[in-house]
Design a protein around this ligand. Structure first.
Ligand SMILES: Nc1ncnc2c1ncn2[C@@H]1O[C@H](COP(=O)(O)OP(=O)(O)O)[C@@H](O)[C@H]1O
Ligand SMILES: [Mg+2]
Length: 311
């Protein structure tokens, strides 16, 4: 049995379906990136999995425990860093972490030890006496992380933790995802930044309109995206007849030419590279360099959904 199993999960707000028969499994030890545009259903999925929102239909289990029947046991195993900050502005950073530690049942010397550890982990130990009202967005986000990890949860969920924060805090958060994973926690991380998710995840699930539309390792997703490939060719000089002939090729989707660079989008570069070279040499165009551009995950999203991940 997988560590996390989501089977046919449905959530409706009034008549609007936000999560639509979602199926997903995640194994222990993964950093799973849940990627999708705004409104795709990421937060709703996560709230259901954390026991914060009723599951209308379907089933979710964590560690073999049903979220529907045993939400308290689920909460013990999860550290949730919500999209909307959940910290108290009138408490100091330390008091915030202590408050959540007590909610998780920590007491006495263990409580102190874990609060110290969490503040240290998010690099806020030296600011722990201050109230978060004096903190930057990134520091608040880091404090929010400290509040979610001090009970050493098996699963840590971070919902869009890098939105609207400075690059330094962003790097710190991405690094902390890696460290928490190395220390033994499974991580679910949501984002609408493709590059960021691809860089830190073992697998990525792409969600749109409450459905999982693709799921796999970055490599697997890239090979799906490879149906659309791009080649860049530097030439000695542009030749309009050659460009026209490339454009007329039935398997070439797009040709753009500027200065001495020709960019070609096509469905399979391996199969048609010979054709391209033939056309160019026929028109006496000399090739200086030729490079294949790695298939882009944004392109995959576009080809699956017909729209861009971010506007
Ligand atoms: N409390 C709510 N009431 C009504 N609709 C909601 C509520 N929360 C979310 N939704 C709707 O559900 C859909 C999914 O939202 P959400 O899960 O927040 O997406 P994401 O986190 O991927 O941006 C959106 O269309 C959103 O407007
Ligand atoms: Mg969200």
């Amino acid at each position: 049995m997988s560590f996390i199993q989501i089977k046919d999960a449905v959530k409706k707000y009034d008549s609007k379906v936000s999560v639509d028969h979602l199926n997903l499994t995640i194994e222990q030890g993964e950093v799973f990136g849940l990627l999708g545009p705004n409104g795709a259903g990421k937060s709703t999925t996560i709230k259901m999995l954390s026991g914060l929102l009723k599951i209308d239909q379907g089933e979710m289990t964590l560690d073999g425990i049903s979220v529907k029947t045993d939400p308290l046991e689920i909460k013990r195993r999860i550290g949730l860093v919500p999209q909307d900050l959940a910290i108290y502005e009138n408490l100091s950073a330390r008091e915030n972490v202590t408050f959540f530690a007590k909610l998780y049942g920590l007491r006495g010397s263990l409580l102190k030890e874990r609060v110290d550890e969490a503040l240290e982990f998010v690099a806020l130990a030296d600011r722990q006496r201050e109230k978060p009202s004096s903190f930057s967005g990134g520091m608040k986000r880091r404090l929010n992380i400290a509040c979610a990890i001090m009970h050493h949860p098996k699963l840590i969920i971070m919902d869009e933790p890098t939105v609207g924060i400075d690059p330094q805090s962003r790097n710190h958060i991405l690094e902390s995802v890696r460290k928490l994973n190395q220390m033994g926690s499974t991580i679910i991380y949501t984002s609408h930044y493709m590059e960021e998710v691809a860089a830190i995840s073992t697998r990525v699930g792409i969600i749109d309109h409450g459905h999982l539309i693709a799921c796999g390792t970055e490599k697997e997703l890239r090979s799906k995206a490879a149906q659309e490939e791009k080649i860049m060719i530097q030439v000695d000089k542009l030749n309009q007849a050659a460009i026209q002939e490339l454009n007329d090729h039935p398997r070439i989707n797009q040709v753009t030419a500027q200065n001495q660079t020709i960019e070609i989008t096509l469905s399979s570069s391996q199969a048609y590279l010979q054709d391209i070279l033939f056309i160019l040499s026929k028109h006496l165009v000399r090739i200086q360099t030729l490079s294949q551009i790695e298939p882009d995950l944004e392109v995959l999203f576009l080809s699956l959904t017909g729209r861009k991940l971010r506007d």
